[in-house]
Write a protein that binds this ligand. Structure first.
Ligand SMILES: [Zn+2]
Length: 314
C-alpha cells in the first residue's frame, strides 16, 4: 500500500507529498523501516529502495511462491522529494540539510516537520536502515556503518553479507541525524553507504539489493530466502584501520581500480597527470595492504585532496 507520510503546501505551486510503501501484514508498527534520499542527490539509495518495494510488492502479489513476507516493512525511497527532482543534496527552498533536523517537530519549519514525520514512522521498527552515498566526487564501497553499536547490532550487521562493516563511536557533534535519533529507541539502527552521489552505480545497487533481501531473510521478516553462498566474509573495521592518501600535487587523477578490491602495500593504484602537459607527476601507491574502500572519481585535484582510502584487515 502506498501512503503519504506527509503532505505539504507551498506558496505558489500545488502541494507536494512524501510517499512511502507499507508492505506486508497489517500491524501498528513495521518490523523493518528503510529510508533513503534524505540527501536528494544520493540516487543509489532511492533506486535500491524503489526496486526493493517493487520486489516485495511482487512477493505479496504471489509472483515468488517460495517467498512469504510475514512481517510488515516500511519503505521511504526519497525523503527529500524536491531535492531528488532538482538534483540537490539539501531541501531546495531553504538549502537546509534534512539529516541535521532530527528529531524534528510538528510546529517547526518544513524540514523539521519532515524529520518528525520520518522519525515517527520509523522509530518503533525493530530494524532501521538509512541509505546514503559518499559525495559526487568520491566513491565508497557498499558498507554497513555502525555508530556506537550494541553487541546485537554488531551481530545483525553481518546479516547483510557485505564485506565491510565500519564502526564509529556515536558522534557528539552530529546529534541531529536520523541515526542519532534512532539510537534512543529499542532496535537495530544501520546506515548503509553505497557508492557515489549524483549517479546510479548499477553493480553497487544490485549488491545492496541482495544484501537487503538477505537481511530481511535472516531477520525472519521474509521467509523462504535462499541465503547467498556468494556472500563475502564480513570484516569489522574501526576508525584506526583506515589509511588515507592525499594528493601531494595538483593535477588530474585517473585510476581504473574498483572499490572492494584487496590491494598490497606499494601497489600502484592510479596516476596524477600534469593537467596541461599530460606527463605523469605522481604514482599513487597503496600505503598499506588492505581493502580499497574509497576512491576519488572527480579527476581534478588540488594539493591535499583525499585520493583514496584503504582499510587494513582487522
Ligand atoms: Zn547522505
Amino acid at each position: 500500500m502506498i501512503r503519504n507520510l506527509l503532505c505539504m503546501t507551498a506558496p505558489m505551486r500545488e502541494g507536494f507529498d512524501i510517499p512511502c510503501h507499507e508492505i506486508g501484514p497489517l500491524s501498528p508498527y513495521p518490523a523493518a523501516a528503510l529510508v533513503a534520499g534524505l540527501h536528494g542527490d544520493e540516487i543509489n539509495g532511492v533506486f535500491i529502495l524503489s526496486r526493493l518495494a517493487d520486489f516485495l510488492n511482487g512477493v505479496e502479489a504471489g509472483n515468488y511462491p517460495e517467498l512469504q513476507l510475514v512481517k510488515p516493512v516500511l519503505i521511504i525511497p526519497a525523503v527529500n522529494v524536491l531535492g531528488v527532482n532538482l538534483r540537490t543534496r539539501t531541501w531546495p527552498f531553504d538549502k537546509s540539510d534534512i539529516n541535521r533536523m532530527f528529531p524534528g517537530s510538528t510546529t517547526g519549519e518544513t524540514t523539521q516537520r519532515i524529520a518528525y514525520a520520518v522519525l515517527e514512522a520509523t522509530k518503533h521498527a525493530a530494524h532501521r536502515i538509512d541509505i546514503h552515498t559518499a559525495s559526487v566526487d568520491f566513491e565508497e564501497i557498499p558498507q554497513v556503518r555502525l555508530h556506537g553499536p550494541s553487541a546485537a547490532e554488531r551481530d545483525s550487521a553481518g546479516w547483510f553479507g557485505l564485506t565491510a562493516v565500519m564502526e564509529r563511536s556515536l558522534s557528539p557533534v552530529f546529534t541531529t541525524t536520523l541515526m542519532s535519533s534512532w539510537k534512543a529507541w529499542v532496535g537495530d539502527s544501520f546506515v548503509l553507504r553505497v557508492g557515489q552521489a549524483g549517479t546510479v552505480q548499477l553493480g553497487h545497487c544490485q549488491r545492496v539489493f541482495r544484501a537487503l533481501v538477505s537481511f530481511l531473510g535472516r531477520a525472519g521478516i521474509l521467509e523462504g530466502v535462499q541465503m547467498g553462498s556468494e556472500d563475502e566474509d564480513t570484516c569489522y573495521f574501526d576508525k584506526a584501520s583506515a589509511f588515507r592518501v592525499f594528493a601531494e600535487k595538483a593535477g588530474t587523477f585517473v585510476s581504473d581500480r574498483q572499490v572492494g578490491s584487496w590491494v598490497m602495500a606499494g601497489q600502484e593504484l592510479g596516476y596524477i597527470y600534469d593537467s596541461f602537459s599530460g606527463n605523469i607527476i605522481e604514482n599513487v601507491v597503496a600505503p598499506v595492504a588492505g581493502l580499497l574502500t574509497g576512491i576519488r572519481r572527480h579527476p581534478l585535484l588540488f594539493e591535499g585532496d583525499l585520493i583514496l582510502r584503504i582499510n587494513r584487515k582487522p
